[in-house]
Design a protein around this ligand. Structure first.
Ligand code: MOS
Length: 725
């Protein structure tokens, strides 16, 4: 099904099942521990041996020698895989550094060996006997030092210039010129990257924890040099991803190589202390923002420059992208520069680009409001735009940022905010309120599904879509139930298997809208097949309550499959509506903080997010996404930072003891409001993404609240107490 004209009324609009705050259908499996994660697929892959990954002890250089004999002789050892004995390996499209390094080392903790043994303990003990000597090379590990040598990266957006930025900025009566920094951040998802590999002849099955089944199936085939058809990926349950599982990592490739070497299935989980340096992370940024405005607050010039680093062949952290679209202003300048660094591979982490970009831009807007003597909510409203500022002929498909801000201000009690910083006290706490806008583009991707109608009336949906803790099972089930006119308990959803049709996958907050639209397409096709089978006019047939009715006749849906299962497959394909209309999602974040007058400790006291993100397919699941993201934003504002050892080139705090994410005790009352919105340009579902939007802007709202509480403007995240006293 091609989606290239705005959606008209369709069966989803009935909203009998879609749009309801239903519990997750996989909830009981998760809560009882019976949903198997990749490392727990004992039944699917019995008799698996254990692989233990050895990570490089230097950031850049070469392996001079590797002593394997003692490890080979250790109890239980079945095989040791290294680059020297693994044969020629290719490189996946989505990997920057090699997943098995050696003799060249590209980054710290790059995998250099896998020791396979009968038990986990034997593999780990034997790994400790491997002796590696390195020749250390010189590397670049300091973004600030590499900044001046940074370049426009190949294939990325060129500089953007609209009007005369320099002239307009110089002439503006009110100006801000400030530089902000955001640190490297780790995904820190609950389930580590983990895989079990099993070979049958030349065919590989990989149970793995992965967001994008088809990308990763292709990358496994490219890496191993085998046909894609010979690789099957299975990933039905995933304990969080955030972008860290968009691509296959060392666990997957080494499990496959280990299983081939050992002649039996092999399971590999990346130990937590290896994850920060071995896998991908959100790269640090330096951002210079200049804003010029008339004295009434109207922005006349806006400039955003961002610097980030990555390994050779890597890409930028696109921190300027929201600045192209969020506020009006005739004169604009955008530049992104990439420095070559030899730190671990940078890549996508929840709302890549917009998250660090808004951490900077939305402090800058707060600073402008202060300079102008304006309310920060009103400044944002004044500079709203309903068209893409660089392309005024391109309207937003829906843009309710102003409504988000107004609703939030009303519901949060923004009128009670004292605009004079440092003037509200509650015992030992200085109290402040902050606001920030949230913005994330709404991406869409082709997505296919297969649906089966069985003789008992059961509708089974199969698609390689993943559920990374987001509720995919539930919203896909709701979609099929709605379109086929059956109760949710008559729908079976099967996900995360490369044997199923290729979906959009879970990334870029495109998953919910795109994958349900694919299921919609397949179900609409099934309706036609059913009507035809029953001899009813497909056009006027009504599907409801397990029956199909047309022309005065009403028959059970199941009757269409009496003589055998009906199976159809279709995909949603997106035409150029994304070009004609700028499709984005919007939020307003309001935060109240307390800052301890003596210690500088910041505590978030209240949070509210108001989101405008198209039709909300399941408010309970969407709310969970947003409060999870708000929680991540607390970490981003107050504690999360991968500390770089700039001499040796690695992240020092590479476990959950040193890398501090927000925990329950850090999280206050959180409220989420979804504005009533349907976007007929986004898909037949009229939905958009919320999973990443929820994070966009949160950390800046906290930073702004801290400023309101204390009068101290911190421009370098995280806002730890040493920066406040
Ligand atoms: Mo997302 S950072 O595309 O999982």
């Amino acid at each position: 099904m091609k989606f290239d004209t705005p959606a008209t009324q369709n069966p989803v609009d009935r909203l009998k099942v879609v749009g309801k705050p239903l519990d997750r259908i996989d909830g009981p499996l998760k809560a009882t521990g019976t949903a198997p994660y990749a490392y727990e697929q004992h039944q699917a892959a019995p008799n698996a041996a254990y692989g233990h990954v050895i990570g490089a002890g230097i950031a850049k250089g070469r392996i001079a020698s590797m002593e394997l004999d003692a490890a080979r002789r250790a109890p239980g050892v079945l095989a040791i895989v290294t680059a020297a004995n693994a044969g020629t390996l290719g490189k996946g499209n989505f990997n920057t550094a090699k997943l098995l390094g050696g003799p060249e080392i590209q980054h710290y903790h790059q995998a250099v060996a896998l020791v396979v043994a009968e038990t986990f303990e034997q593999a780990r003990a034997a790994a400790g006997l491997v002796r590696i000597r390195y020749q250390r090379g010189r590397g670049a590990f300091d973004l600030a030092a590499a900044r001046d040598a940074a370049v426009v990266s190949e294939g990325e957006q060129p500089d953007i210039a609209v009007g005369d930025f320099a002239g307009a900025f110089a002439a503006a009566p009110v100006q801000l010129d400030a530089t902000y920094t955001t640190p490297d951040q780790s995904h820190a998802m609950m389930e580590p990257q983990a895989s079990i590999a099993a070979w049958k002849g030349d065919k590989l099955t990989l149970w793995t924890s992965n967001q994008m089944i088809d990308w990763s199936r292709g990358d496994m085939a490219r890496t191993l040099g085998i046909p894609k058809e010979n690789v099957r990926l299975v990933s039905p349950y995933i304990g969080g991803g955030f972008g860290g599982k968009l691509f296959v990592r060392a666990d997957a490739v080494l499990a496959a190589l280990g299983a081939r070497a050992a002649g039996r299935p092999v399971k590999v989980a990346l130990p937590r202390p290896l994850i920060a340096n071995n896998t991908t992370h959100r790269p640090a940024t330096i951002q210079r923002i200049r804003i010029g405005a008339e004295s009434d607050g109207r922005i006349t010039a806006i400039g955003h420059q961002s610097w980030s680093g990555d390994l050779p062949g890597g890409g930028i952290e696109n921190a300027t992208q929201q600045t192209r679209l969020l506020y009006a202003g005739a004169n604009r300048m955008i530049q992104a520069r990439l420095a070559t660094l030899d730190l671990p591979e940078g890549n996508a982490m929840r709302a890549p680009g917009e998250t660090p970009g808004l951490m900077a831009l939305e402090i800058a807007m707060d600073e402008m409001a202060e300079k102008l003597g304006m309310d920060p909510v009103e400044l944002r409203i004044l500079n709203d735009t309903q068209v893409a500022p660089e392309k005024p002929e391109r309207p937003f498909s829906q843009r309710q940022l102003v409504q988000c801000l107004r609703t939030g201000a009303e519901r949060f009690g923004w009128a009670r905010r004292n605009a004079t910083p440092g003037s509200v006290r509650d015992g030992r706490w200085l109290v402040g309120m902050g606001v920030a806008a949230g913005f994330r583009n709404n991406l869409v991707r082709k997505s296919a599904a297969r649906v089966r109608l069985a003789g008992d009336g059961t509708v089974t949906v199969e698609t390689d879509m993943t559920d990374i803790g987001t509720g995919s099972y539930t919203i896909i089930g709701q979609t099929a139930a709605e379109v086929m006119g059956v109760p949710l308990d008559k729908v079976v959803v099967r996900l995360g298997d490369s044997d199923f049709p290729i979906s959009a996958g879970s990334g870029g907050q495109w998953g919910a809208n795109s994958s349900t639209a694919g299921v919609y397409a397949a179900c609409m096709k099934l309706r036609q097949a059913v009507a035809q089978k029953l001899g009813l006019g497909a056009e006027e047939a009504v599907f409801a309550d397990g029956k199909v009715s047309a022309g005065g006749r009403s028959l059970p849906l199941a009757q269409a499959a009496e003589a055998g299962e009906l199976v159809v497959e279709d995909a949603i394909e997106f035409g150029d509506l994304t070009k004609k209309f700028q499709q984005s999602t919007f939020a307003a974040h309001f935060v109240e903080v307390g800052v301890d007058i003596a210690t500088g400790e910041s505590r978030v006291r209240r949070m509210l997010a108001v989101c405008a993100a198209g039709r909300i397919l399941n408010p309970k699941q969407a709310r969970s996404q947003v409060i999870g993201a708000m929680t991540m934003g607390i970490g981003g504002a107050l504690s999360e930072e991968l500390a770089v050892d700039k001499r040796l080139g690695f992240f020092v705090n590479h476990d959950l003891a040193g890398y501090e994410v927000a925990v329950h005790a850090d999280v206050p009352h959180q409220e989420v409001i979804f504005l009533d919105e349907t976007d007929d340009k986004s898909s037949p579902m009229k939905a958009k993404g919320v999973g990443e939007l929820g994070l966009c802007g949160v950390s800046a709202a906290i930073a702004n609240a801290i400023h309101n509480a204390t009068g101290i403007r911190v421009r370098d995240y995280p806002i730890t107490l040493d920066k406040l006293i």
